[in-house]
Write a protein that binds this ligand. Structure first.
Ligand code: NAP
Length: 315
């Protein structure tokens, strides 16, 4: 058995998270049993990340065939060490440090061990701490995919990054600057300094400034949606793109594209992200680090936590 956080009651939300003893996923010789499949490795989790609205997604509650999968272990970002290999795993070995994003429809990473498809993981270099590794997985991949796979950002273009002081927005800001774009960040007044420190060249306080004053931009990276998303669509130049990570945009640019997407695992992109952490081009945005025993409290905070919450499963 292992320690894990589970959820069983969808209506209870994060308050329904419980720390329990749960069966460990098994490795190679038990492929297909106990939660490990062909292509899986078992990872001893050192650090785990959780996305705040995960418990509202169907994938937390049912598997790909729509069958109830409770009790379900949330958290799908991790850094840890491979402890077992199933059949069909390539590129990884027992004892290797790894990090990555696990399948939304399977048991996750708020646990001492997790079975993960090998292709969802990348090697974590020895000089990158597990906490840092886990913290860049989801925001790093989301930012990279939104900017380059979907937004096709190029040097010299201008980009409006909503929520630029937030977990995803701060990554988007850094990658966009490195790519040679002109970056305008948005958010609330307390986020101004943070956004500028992450590399935004201008900041729009959405409570006070007029969004339309930014003029035309080539790309909008929207983490807010709603009315802000709608108004942003009108700012996009001909041939530009509105990329949303909060569902389908309610408005389209007159002469441009809209894309909404959900982040997917990608080994090569994880390696790009971690290389930037190592050489100082990318800073992570961690707000709180807590032990697994304190994870339920960490995900039910009495005050808003800015930055990523990471659960350090092994000290
Ligand atoms: N599609 C995907 O694959 C994907 C992947 C990752 C995340 N997401 C989603 O993306 C969203 C953002 O995630 P995150 O982790 O970056 O959140 P976050 O860290 O809370 O960042 C949001 C930022 O936007 C600011 N903000 C929020 N509402 C605002 C408003 N009305 N006016 C001005 N500023 C506002 C926040 O400021 P304060 O801190 O002051 O509130 C914060 O700086 C979430 O809904 C998340 O579920 C989607």
């Amino acid at each position: 058995m292992m320690k894990a956080i589970v959820v069983t009651d969808q209506a209870a939300g994060r308050a329904g998270m419980k720390l329990v003893e749960h069966p460990e996923p098994q490795g190679a010789q038990l492929a297909g049993l106990s939660g490990a499949n062909y292509g899986d490795v078992v990872v001893q989790v050192h650090a785990s990340g959780f996305t705040w609205d995960e418990l509202s997604w169907p994938s937390t509650w049912v598997d790909r065939l729509g069958r109830d999968r409770t009790p379900s272990i949330p958290g799908h970002e991790l850094a840890g060490v491979v402890t077992a290999l199933s059949y069909g795993t390539t590129g990884l070995s027992v004892g290797q440090r790894v990090f990555g994003l696990t399948d939304w429809t399977r048991d996750g990473t708020l646990a001492e061990y997790v079975a993960v498809e090998a292709r969802n993981l990348a090697p974590l270099p020895g000089d990158v701490d597990f906490t840092v590794g886990a913290s860049v997985v989801m925001p790093g991949l989301t930012a990279w995919q939104g900017l380059f796979d979907h937004g096709h950002l190029r040097a010299g273009q201008s980009i409006l990054v909503h929520g630029a002081a937030g977990v995803v927005g701060s990554m988007v800001t850094q990658f966009a600057r490195e790519a040679g774009a002109y970056v305008i960040g948005t958010g609330r007044a307390p986020g101004r300094q943070t956004a500028l420190e992450f590399g935004a060249m201008e900041f729009i306080d959405l409570d006070k400034d007029t969004l339309e004053d930014v003029g035309a931009v080539d790309l909008v990276f929207d983490v807010l949606g709603g009315e802000i998303g709608k108004r942003s669509a009108r700012l996009i130049r001909a041939g530009g793109t509105l990329v949303s990570i909060v569902g389908p945009p309610e408005a389209r640019p007159a002469d441009g594209l809209t894309v909404d997407f959900v982040v997917v695992p990608d080994r090569a992109q994880l390696s790009e992200v971690v290389q930037r952490v190592r050489d100082g081009r990318l800073r992570t945005n961690i707000g709180n680090v807590a032990a697994l025993d304190d994870a339920v409290a960490a995900f039910n905070p009495t005050e808003r936590v800015k930055g990523k919450t990471i659960i350090r499963v092994r000290p």
